[in-house]
Design a protein around this ligand. Structure first.
Ligand SMILES: Cc1cc2nc3c(=O)[nH]c(=O)nc-3n(C[C@H](O)[C@H](O)[C@H](O)COP(=O)(O)O)c2cc1C
Length: 189
C-alpha cells in the first residue's frame, strides 16, 4: 500500500521525445489494457476501445498525417512535414483511447466521456507501475476528420487520448502542482 501511495504521489508524464524502446511486450500490453479498462463505467457500457499503433504502423500513419497536414494546413517545408511524419514514432508504442460515447436513454454522454478519461489515466498509471514512462497527448490529429479516419475511427467516435509509452530516457523534473487551498473548499450553508 505504501508503494502504491508513493507511486501515485510521484508519477508524472514523460515527454514523448524522451520515450525509447524496447516497447512493452504482449503480456505487458495485456496487463496495461486490462488495468486501463478497469474503470468506473456508469451503465457498464464500456464506451471506449483501444487502437494500438506500434512498429511500422507508426511510420505509415505518420506519412498519412504529413500528407493530410500538407493538404489541409498547407504545410510544405520539409522540416515541418518531418514533425508530422514523426508524430507516432517518438515512442515505441502509442495506444489510442477511443471514446464511443453515444446517446443513451439513461447514461449521459458526458459520463461516458468521463469514463474514457479514466481509462487514459489508468493506462498512464499501469504503464508507470510496469516501469514505463508515458504521456497523454491529443495534438491536432485527435480533432482532424481525415486524421481520425486514417486512424480507423468511425465518424461518431472521438479520441480521448494518444497514450505514448516507452522507456524513459530521462527522469523529468516535476512540474508545479495546484495549491489545494485554491481548489478545495468545504461546502457551507
Ligand atoms: C486530454 C489531454 C490532452 C492533452 N494533449 C496534449 C497535447 O496535445 N500536447 C501536449 O503538449 N500536452 C498535452 N496534454 C498534457 C500532457 O499530458 C502533459 O504532459 C501533462 O499535463 C503532464 O502532467 P503530469 O506530469 O501530471 O502527468 C494533454 C493532457 C490531457 C489530459
Amino acid at each position: 500500500m505504501t508503494d502504491w501511495l508513493a507511486a501515485l504521489q510521484t508519477r508524472r508524464s514523460v515527454s514523448a521525445r524522451l520515450l525509447t524502446g524496447p516497447a512493452p511486450d504482449k503480456a505487458q500490453i495485456d496487463t496495461m489494457l486490462t488495468i486501463a479498462s478497469r474503470v468506473p463505467d456508469h451503465g457498464k457500457l464500456a464506451p471506449w476501445r483501444f487502437i494500438l499503433i506500434a512498429g511500422e504502423a507508426r511510420v505509415t500513419l505518420g506519412q498519412q498525417f504529413a500528407a493530410i497536414a500538407s493538404r489541409t494546413q498547407g504545410i510544405t517545408e520539409p522540416d515541418r512535414l518531418a514533425v508530422e511524419q514523426e508524430r507516432f514514432t517518438r515512442a515505441p508504442l502509442v495506444i489510442a483511447v477511443v471514446s464511443k460515447a453515444a446517446d443513451h436513454p439513461k447514461i449521459p454522454v458526458w459520463e461516458q466521456q468521463l469514463s474514457a478519461g479514466a481509462v487514459c489515466m489508468n493506462l498512464l498509471s499501469a504503464a508507470a507501475a510496469l516501469g514505463f514512462g508515458a504521456c497523454w497527448l491529443t495534438e491536432w490529429m485527435a480533432y482532424d476528420e481525415a486524421a481520425r479516419a486514417a486512424i480507423g475511427l468511425e465518424s461518431s467516435e472521438r479520441i480521448a487520448g494518444f497514450i505514448h509509452i516507452g522507456q524513459a530516457s530521462e527522469t523529468p523534473a516535476d512540474r508545479p502542482r495546484p495549491d489545494l487551498d485554491q481548489i478545495a473548499s468545504h461546502w457551507q450553508a
